[in-house]
Design a protein around this ligand. Structure first.
Ligand SMILES: [Zn+2]
Length: 298
């Protein structure tokens, strides 16, 4: 029996969609799957038909929908880039299902969030294959003539992908908005977020910023630090270089109440209500109220 067909059917039985790739190659067999990875399937009849028509077709495994594969290509510095990423974060790659590609590279299989875009990762030679992607799977044959082989699992029966590490999904799909994007968002969100940091920090902590824009941080050293390390920013944000915490008015209010951001559900509503009570109605009214804060005759 055709070893490639057997493996393809085996992957399909495990819910992994496959597609035929060119023999000893990585590109889809255009005559069988004109739409490439979009034609990937778990249907055994279709799979049998494909491998009957192209017996030596390599196996493409569709990624995404819960499967992400980190593709490390040492020829483009992928091994060095991965080491650097791990070193700067002080982490190791959790043991997981791993394939040695016939070309000297590695594929690390991970259980991933349902929706994750494929992305090239910083550093070169590193790619996270997820939605819209595929990888060449064992026992396919690399253009060099070497087989793709599972490293620590005989086959998919023993394949147990670890969860995709957070730092990897962050690298692939950063969720931290750029300052510019944050600025844009600010103008459309809760008007509370437009209150200048100096104003809400004073209101919430009783502390005023020094000339450089720093206040003594209430969140570390039991709030008793001497040298101010909490910096206030013009976009109504703040960041403490002492305890490496930062955010906006909601984050600060939450932390001062002993709540862990990001706030959700009733916690958010409680903090929001307290802030509204404290700071009053939206900016138009606030602006007209502002002159009153100058003490007359004082
Ligand atoms: Zn701090």
């Amino acid at each position: 029996m055709n070893e490639l067909l057997t493996a393809a059917l085996d992957y399909a039985r495990r819910g992994l969609a496959v597609l035929p790739l060119q023999p000893h190659g990585k590109a889809p067999c255009g005559h069988l799957v004109p739409h490439g990875v979009k034609n990937a399937t778990t249907d055994p009849a279709t799979i049998r038909d494909w491998w009957q028509r192209e017996r030596r077709a390599n196996i493409g495994l569709r990624t995404g929908r819960g499967l992400a594969v980190l593709d490390v290509d040492p020829r483009h510095g992928g091994d060095r880039a991965l080491s650097a990423h791990l070193r700067t974060r002080g982490v190791r790659l959790a043991p997981t299902a791993e394939v040695a590609t016939g070309g000297g590279g590695s594929h690390y299989y991970f259980a991933a969030p349902e929706h994750l875009r494929s992305a090239r990762l910083p550093g070169g030679g590193l790619e996270l294959k997820a939605d819209g992607g595929y990888v060449v799977a064992p026992p396919s044959i690399h253009p060099t003539g070497q087989r793709y082989t599972w490293q620590n699992a005989r086959d998919l029966k023993h394949l147990e992908p670890s969860r995709l590490p957070h730092w990897l999904s962050e690298l692939a799909a950063p969720t931290t908005p750029t300052p510019a994007a944050r600025g844009r968002a600010l103008r459309h969100e809760d008007p509370l977020r437009e209150i200048p940091a100096a104003e809400y920090v004073l209101a919430l902590t009783g502390r005023t910023a020094n000339r450089a824009g720093y206040v003594r941080c209430p969140l570390h050293k039991a709030g008793q630090e001497r040298t101010p390390s909490l910096r206030l920013y013009d976009d109504a944000g703040w960041y403490c270089y002492g305890c490496h915490t930062g955010g906006d008015i909601f984050t600060l209010a939450a932390l001062l109440r002993g709540l862990r951001p990001p706030l959700r559900g009733t916690d958010f509503l409680t903090v929001q209500a307290a802030l509204r009570e404290h700071f009053g109605p939206p900016p138009t009214t606030r602006a007209s109220r502002a002159p009153q804060t100058a003490k007359s005759g004082a």
